[in-house]
Design a protein around this ligand. Structure first.
Ligand code: UT7
Length: 323
């Protein structure tokens, strides 16, 4: 008997305020055409002034729980992937636990920036297959609008706010790659690259800081590392590109998404793309794309899905799962 971490429900939440590229033309030397041609982004959502990451996360969590038909208090663990928790501590996950009314479970955050959701999924899988939890709520939630330098046109036009959530639960499988649930994971990081994507504040500076990125360098690493990690995760599950129904990539840049799909040997008709509507929502982008992919009727039960992401650290990885 093999225990698998199987998706029971998915949901997402986007703040009400939609900001089109044209908004940035008013204050910066930029254009709608530049942003679309270099990144594929057309619009993004920004949280309201009083709306926090944990609130976005709780909305997404409730949507995933209701899709699964599961009561909040029956969940054993809550993991929030975020780099924009409301406070230095406690974790966003304990705040979500309180907001949704869960007192039974344990809760903690995972911080691997844009790769955070992949790292969180892998942790949730480990908790389930080791028997430490039967059900885990895995949430990606961010308010990157709070860590933007609004005078830096090379970064502030790229990011957005939002949240997505999956409810995973233990189920018996056959131990083959035909099972539903998480089939393999591949996680990597390399701290030598910590300075090409970072926030220049935090506890050490006693202020929150703003995001700094050497875009071209991060792009180069993304193109090189994303297809490699997806290939590694697929081969760990004895699967290949032909077996993939949907690639659900981190949504940072349409050019990175296209080049990774090409390297993987998967056509763009098998890639879920939301970057045009959400911008880069960091750890929220994959669960948002999974939820939208289901809503659009793209992702169906039994489909083989590969997720892949890279972000600050650098940290990158991939998870292969059967929906
Ligand atoms: O989610 C975490 C991982 N993050 C990523 O994966 C992001 C990776 N990087 C990227 O997506 C791309 O590098 C960017 C979208 C950030 C930039 O695209 P690029 O094709 O790499 O442009 P570039 O940085 O090479 O800049 C090209 C030019 C520069 O002008 P010069 O130096 O050639 O005169 C920039 O100053 O475009 C200029 N530029 C802009 N122009 C108009 C930079 N930002 C803007 C802007 N509007 N918003």
């Amino acid at each position: 008997m093999t225990i698998r971490a199987v998706v029971k429900g998915v949901g997402h939440y986007l703040p009400e305020r939609v900001v089109p590229n044209s908004e940035f033309e008013k204050t910066l030397d930029t254009s709608n055409e530049w942003i679309i041609s270099r990144s594929g982004i057309e619009r993004r959502h920004f949280a309201a002034e009083n709306e926090t990451t944990s609130e976005l996360a709780a909305h997404a969590a409730r949507a995933a729980l209701s899709a699964a038909g599961v009561e909040p208090n029956s969940v054993d663990a809550i993991i929030v992937a975020t780099s924009t928790a409301d406070n230095t501590f406690p974790s966003a996950a304990t705040m979500v636990q309180n907001l949704i009314g869960n007192t039974k479970g344990f809760a903690f955050d995972v911080q691997a920036v844009c790769a955070g959701f992949v790292f969180a999924l892998s942790n949730a899988n480990a908790l389930i297959v080791s028997g430490q939890a039967r059900s885990v709520l895995v949430i990606g939630a961010e308010t990157f609008s709070r860590i933007m330098d609004w005078t830096d046109r090379s970064t502030c036009v790229l990011f957005g706010d939002g949240a997505g959530a999956l409810l995973l639960a233990a189920e018996e499988g056959q131990g083959t790659n035909a099972d539903r649930g998480i089939l393999s994971t591949d996680l990597n990081s390399d701290g030598r690259y910590k300075d090409i994507l970072y926030v220049d504040g935090g506890v050490a500076t006693q202020n929150t800081g703003v995001l700094k990125m050497e875009g071209r360098e991060v792009f180069r690493h993304a193109v090189e590392k994303l297809a490699a990690t997806a290939h590694t995760a697929l081969s760990k599950a004895n699967l290949g590109a032909d077996d993939v129904d949907w690639v659900v990539p981190h949504q940072a840049n349409i050019r990175i998404i296209q080049s990774t799909a090409k390297k993987l040997g998967v056509g763009m008709d098998r890639v879920v793309v939301t970057v045009q509507d959400h911008g880069n929502t960091s750890a929220a982008s994959i669960p948002l794309a999974l939820s939208v992919g289901v809503e659009r009727g793209q992702i169906k039960p039994g489909d083989l899905i590969v997720t892949e992401a890279i972000g600050g650290g650098l940290a990158w990885g991939s998870v292969v799962l059967r929906w």
